[in-house]
Design a protein around this ligand. Structure first.
Ligand code: SF4
Length: 363
């Protein structure tokens, strides 16, 4: 059996599902697990894993879609730069995310120069080819903050700068854990972010919040195995930390990548769209790299405007906080679809609304 199929083996999945049932019998109480990763939601929805869960066990997606938590004023800054004649380079997922007045796609349709790139280094290549100022609208969690940091350490062209909307997940987990409306019993943490940060990063969270955390991979067996580890902790009344993705994640993570992040970025408080103003959760360029900071280099003045009334109805923030589901939004699949998205959760492949519309959500 190939490695891929091994992690999708139906017999192994049935065995793990039986283990979950036995553990839930021991716990004898409803359990809510939150994951913080769009890739986890994709595998859960795509393989119908929720339908395999025993009664009383639910999995909710938290603030795990980087595009979805990018705040509207951050999109507005990128739009303002594009409308001011800068070349704005960004990841494809960000292209259609609505700002207050418009998205970068709208700005491009009106004549602004907006380019979709697949990596930070491609944005630097663009700057090397062009005479104009090229601003990389950099979004994502630790996994994309690391390459942005690495590219700045190489000394990019003078006409290159970064508008950072990178975000750091652990403080957002703390905010969600403290929310009165959430009732999370444990977290399934994202394996790819942990390849950078290391799973040891969660020790402080586990100690501080008395909630178990298990780092999980992205195949069906990875997710079910991660859930079993979480239920084992809960059945024993423990608040432990486990690495259920050892083929990729170590306790220390990628120390070179973390050194680059620490050198290039500082952490500051910032708004996560619709969720909260979160302390130490936004990456901004450090003083040593201020020359590449688009916010330092340019006077960014977004044009003010009213938020579209439909956008006002978007529940994306509540969905990211785990307090509601896409199916509870009146616009879901009707006024709001992937081809005509009202909110960011319907734009990104990691957005809960898009995933639920594509694969079905809660059974
Ligand atoms: Fe927002 Fe659309 Fe999701 Fe409703 S369906 S919460 S409008 S993204």
């Amino acid at each position: 059996m190939s490695e891929d199929l091994k992690f999708r083996d139906p017999d192994a999945a049935e065995e793990l599902a039986a283990d979950l049932e036995e553990l839930m019998d021991r716990i004898d109480d409803p359990v809510e697990i939150m994951h913080v990763c769009g890739s986890h939601e994709q595998v859960i929805a795509k393989f119908g894993l929720r339908s395999m869960l025993p009664e009383g066990l639910s999995i909710t997606m938290g603030p795990g879609c980087p595009v979805c938590v990018t705040d509207m004023p951050e999109v507005d800054e990128a739009v303002a730069l594009a409308e001011d004649g800068k070349v704005v380079a960004t990841y494809g997922d960000m292209f259609r995310v609505p700002g207050t007045r418009k998205s970068l796609a709208d700005a491009k349709a009106a004549g602004a120069s907006v380019e979709v790139v697949y990596s930070a280094s491609e944005a630097v290549d663009l700057a090397a080819e062009r005479d104009e100022e090229v601003v990389f609208f950099a979004t994502g969690f630790e996994t994309t903050a690391a390459p942005t940091a690495a590219i700045l350490q190489t000394g990019p062209p003078e006409n290159f700068s970064v508008l950072s909307a990178h975000k750091y997940v652990p403080p957002a987990m703390e905010v969600v854990a403290e929310m009165p409306d959430t009732d999370v019993d444990g977290f399934l943490a994202a394996g790819h972010a942990a390849t950078i940060t290391g799973y040891g990063l969660f020790e402080e969270f586990v100690d501080g919040y008395d909630l178990p955390v298990v780092v999980g991979g992205f195949e069906p067996i990875d997710v079910l195995y991660g859930l079993r580890k979480l239920l084992e902790f809960l059945a024993e009344g423990e608040d432990g930390l486990a690495n259920a993705y050892p083929r990729c994640v170590t306790r220390e993570g990628n120390e070179a990548a973390m050194d680059a992040i620490r050198e290039v970025f500082d952490l500051t408080a910032g708004e996560w769209r619709g969720i909260a103003d979160i302390p130490d959760a936004n990456f901004v360029l450090s003083d040593a790299y201020a020359e590449y900071d688009a916010r330092e280099r340019f006077d960014i003045e977004p044009v003010e405007g009213d938020v579209d009334p439909l956008t006002e109805q978007c529940l994306c923030g509540d969905i990211m906080a785990g307090t509601t589901s896409p199916e509870e939004c009146d616009l879901f699949g009707d006024e709001c679809t992937p081809s005509n998205p009202v909110g960011a959760c319907m734009v990104s492949d990691e957005g809960t609304c898009k995933i639920h519309l594509e694969y079905g959500g809660r059974p």
